[in-house]
Write a protein of this length. Structure first.
Length: 440
């Protein structure tokens, strides 16, 4: 029996009414989405205000990894809300317990953490730590990277969208190309042993642009907003070695990639990376607004009392959410399910890509898979219009998806990690119909 049920063309009458009201009062500046007003969500299923039922490949932008409204998470947050809503920097039981649990879940070399509220806040904190700990100023980041929309985080990023029209970015950021195996005009992904060509060029970029030794670098394990771009195997490890040889600190931005999304609890585990600093967000609270920066004690020792703070960071509700999410991961084997279901869905989607004229590349790791649409497989010209059509057509058949990428032409496949085989099969069947429907 089908899980999904869509009564008629979207938006439904109640959704249309609410969308009109919304845009009358709140600025319409969010991204392109299917015309659906969510009402309830459980696990991988979403019901809108018109009673339509969908399967979700967004996880609310890679947030709801334990599934929407997991009962244990909801109960923990509700209980905390009856005790204390916020107490700023004063200690509370939940914050102390959450810090212990998070550090115990991290790779052993990362022995301290600090709670904040958003991913942008965490990446900006990482930048401050790298500069203070090294007494150096400049940082290296990568073209196509996304580290948040606040001014400092956007300045570190390598996408024009968050910066366009606002004037110069903050100084002190040097950007280098990020290897993209599908779009590789410079041959970075075939650069010989240990990517020698790439790192020779990286040295040249630093020599030409830096005013002195760099404080550190910030990099994503895969570039999420840029279209789920995965670097070739071994490149991240070589980058870490390159940075260490130059006395730089390494920040790994796992805001999107952590908590089982790539088939490991932490994306750094795939290549045995040992970053000095890690930024964490999204799935750490699975819908509860919370983030964290984790680092070694040595890195954190550069700060004195009162030099890092956050009005809502570490509040009891968020801290209760952090613990509840870790409970769920421990009990429900979600990392293992991400690896298994991700491999299954990737294989099915790659087979679909081989049949489609417009699905140029299918790439992924665990339950983070990108479907890159192009106008022609030989020219690889991005097809943003086709990606938008896929979003709308999929929703009309009961599947919620979104797009990412520098060109807006990549459909993200990132369902909650609780997705079952039946849910995967039904959602894959919808995507197959939609993609093959583009052929006509």
């Amino acid at each position: 029996m089908a899980i999904t049920h869509v009564k008629g063309p979207l938006p439904g009458p109640r959704s249309r009414e609410l969308l009109d009201t919304w845009h009358s009062y709140e600025a319409d500046v969010t991204g392109f989405q299917a015309p659906v007003v969510w009402e309830t969500a459980r696990g991988c299923q979403v019901t809108d205000v018109d009673g339509n039922v969908f399967l979700d490949w967004t996880s609310g932008v890679l947030v709801a990894s334990v599934g929407h409204c997991h009962p244990h998470l909801v109960q923990a947050v509700q209980q905390a809300a009856t005790q204390i809503l916020n107490n700023y920097e004063c200690a509370n039981v939940q914050r102390i317990q959450a810090a212990k649990r998070l550090v115990e879940a991290l790779p052993p070399h990362l022995d301290k953490c600090f709670f904040l509220t958003t991913g942008s806040e965490a990446t900006e904190a990482a930048a401050r730590l790298m500069r203070r700990a090294t007494a150096r100023y400049e940082l290296l980041s990568f073209i196509g990277g996304f580290h948040g929309r606040t001014y400092g985080a956007a300045s570190m990023g390598g996408m024009a969208g968050p910066k366009r029209g606002y004037g110069p970015s903050l100084p002190g950021i040097i950007r280098a190309p990020f290897p993209n195996p599908y779009r590789d005009p410079e041959g970075w992904c075939t650069g010989g042993p240990k990517y020698k060509r790439y790192f020779d060029h990286l040295d040249l970029i630093i020599e030409a642009n830096a005013t002195g030794p760099l404080a550190g670098l910030i990099v994503e394990p895969y570039q999420g907003a840029n279209g789920f771009v995965f670097p070739p195997a071994g490149w991240l490890k070589r980058l870490e070695e390159w940075a260490r040889a130059r006395g730089m600190l390494v920040t790994l931005d796992e805001v999107q990639a952590s908590y089982g999304r790539t088939g490991r609890m932490w994306a750094m585990e795939h290549e045995g990376l040992k970053p000095d600093i890690v930024t964490i967000g999204k799935a750490i609270g699975c819908g509860v607004p919370v983030s964290a920066v984790a680092a070694t004690s040595q890195v954190f020792s550069c700060l004195q009392k009162g030099e890092m703070s956050s009005t809502l960071g570490g509040n009891p509700m968020a801290s209760a959410g952090v613990m509840a999410v870790l409970d769920i991961f421990e009990k429900e084997k979600l990392v293992e399910n991400s690896a298994a279901m991700g491999a299954y869905m990737l294989e099915r989607l790659q087979a679909l890509g081989a049949r489609s004229r417009y699905l140029g590349d299918v790439r992924g790791m665990g339950l983070v898979i990108g479907l890159e649409f192009v106008k022609d497989k030989e020219t690889r010209e991005p097809a943003k219009d086709l990606a938008r059509r896929v979003i709308v057509d999929s929703a009309n058949q009961g599947l919620l998806v979104g797009s990412v990428g520098m060109y807006g032409n990549v459909i993200r496949v990132a369902p909650p990690l609780v997705i079952t085989k039946d849910e995967a099969d039904e959602s894959l069947a919808i995507m197959e119909r939609v993609v093959m429907g583009l052929e006509g």
